[in-house]
Design a protein around this ligand. Structure first.
Ligand SMILES: *[C@@H]1O[C@H](CO)[C@@H](O)[C@H](O)[C@H]1NC(C)=O
Ligand SMILES: *[C@@H]1O[C@H](CO)[C@@H](O)[C@H](O)[C@H]1NC(C)=O
Length: 394
């Protein structure tokens, strides 16, 4: 097993039940890649088993053969067509699919299961992951909705008081806790998918998302054991549908998890402390970055398509089964153009990826985009929101 520590900047993306074990992994040298070494280049090299392409980290790769089953669990922030990384650039759906095709062509696995937690995670595979690669993927949300954080401060169950952050994500805790509770030799991927779907929709409340499946769905008749192994203590359990469902909890839109953190940090810090001032500053900065990004994207839409049609074009969602964008190179160019003039999209700004994709789908040229961006963003942001200093998302 290789562990790329792709934890979110905030929030330990973990099931409470395995929290201690995972903390140990994070703290010890058992993470093969951490910090700057967790990047798209290394992720792809590791997956392809290309040791010579790796830079930094332990150098461990997925050295698999034709009879192997591969399990990938990826969790981070995301947006339409894009997955977050602790480093820049982010991971784009087209590049991931290309690497999966390459891996398949190299004949170095029998079947692969990909569990993905991120906002709009369905967009990573929707209209993109073909059948026949022997890959079965499930995602925390469909292509156009956010996914949800859970075990947040103020919820029941709540994290220990010293954590001012959500400890889990709804889809992730659903599959992890389900795996804790069942005999993985007899539970199938499909059975787990059904249970995780039911839990993650959260009673159809506003605090839930639609778990999706893509690729070779037929593989879901396999037992989880082939991909996850087993806990011998569970070997005598018989599968019962109901035993994995816990009462619905409230949840926090993943995109707001950072605000929740700053808010709790602020509330708990003693009056007049440095910590309180710092939390307030972080909260205000995050809010003003959000407003700046939202406002700039909207304004660019109006400049390109007119006051009337601007928002409509930006917000268009293509029919299910179609990829987000036809020309991914164009999307990446649009991201860079936007960030050159308006600053980093950063974690929150990934939500606007669909708008940038729609700008490509409407046939806008890079030069037009550059002009509109320059008009919309009169001064280029500096410091932590500057892409020129920190790197581009694409
Ligand atoms: C491995 O990576 C190196 C460096 O990026 C590249 O030159 C080589 O072609 C790769 N090998 C394979 C088998 O893909
Ligand atoms: C499972 O059942 C067998 C037969 O009854 C028993 O010998 C074994 O100890 C049980 N395993 C566990 C982990 O409880």
């Amino acid at each position: 097993m290789i562990s790329l520590s792709m934890k979110k900047t905030l929030g330990l993306v973990l099931s409470l039940t395995i929290l201690m074990a995972m903390m140990f992994i994070r703290e010890s040298r058992r993470s093969d890649y951490t910090g700057e070494d967790v990047n798209v280049h290394n992720f792809f090299a590791a997956l392809l088993g290309n040791k010579s392409a790796i830079t930094g980290g332990s150098g461990k790769v997925v050295d698999s053969g034709p009879d192997d089953h591969i399990f990938i669990y990826y969790t981070d922030h995301g947006g339409p067509g894009v997955l977050g990384m602790p480093t820049f650039p982010y991971l784009y759906a087209d590049d991931l699919i290309d690497v999966l095709k390459k891996k398949h062509a190299s004949g170095t696995y029998k079947s692969m299961v990909f569990y993905l937690e991120a906002c709009e995670s369905g967009s990573i595979f929707e209209g993109l992951l073909p059948q026949g690669l022997n890959i079965y993927a499930t995602t925390a949300s469909n292509a156009e909705e956010s996914s949800w954080g859970t075990y947040c401060p103020g919820e029941y169950p709540s994290p220990p008081p010293e954590y001012e952050t959500c400890l889990g994500d709804l889809y992730s805790v659903a599959w992890m806790e389900d795996s804790d509770m069942h005999n993985l030799r007899t539970e199938t991927l499909h059975q787990q998918y059904e249970l995780v779907k039911k839990r993650t929709i959260n009673g159809n409340s506003a605090y839930g998302s639609h778990v999706m499946q893509y690729g070779d769905v037929g593989l879901s008749k396999d037992s989880l054991f082939a991909y996850l192994g087993t806990n011998p203590a569970n070997d005598n359990f018989t599968f019962v549908d109901e035993n994995s469902l816990v009462p619905p909890t409230k949840a926090v839109n993943q995109r707001d998890a950072d605000l929740v953190h700053f808010w709790y940090k602020y509330r708990k810090a003693p009056e007049g402390s440095v910590r309180k001032t710092e939390a307030q500053k972080q909260f205000v900065e995050a809010m003003s970055h959000r407003m700046h990004i939202d406002h700039s994207v909207k304004l660019i839409g109006k400049l390109l398509f007119g006051i009337e049609r601007g928002l409509e074009v930006l917000n268009t969602v293509r029919p299910a089964g179609q990829p987000l964008v036809d020309d991914w190179k164009c999307l990446k160019k649009m991201v860079r153009t936007f960030e050159t003039h308006c600053g980093s999209l950063a974690q929150y700004g990934m939500k606007h990826m669909r708008s940038l994709a729609n700008i490509c789908n409407a046939g806008i040229q890079t030069e037009q985009m550059a002009e509109a961006s320059a008009q919309a963003c009169v001064s280029v942001p500096t410091g932590r929101w500057s892409s020129l200093q920190k790197g581009f998302s694409a």
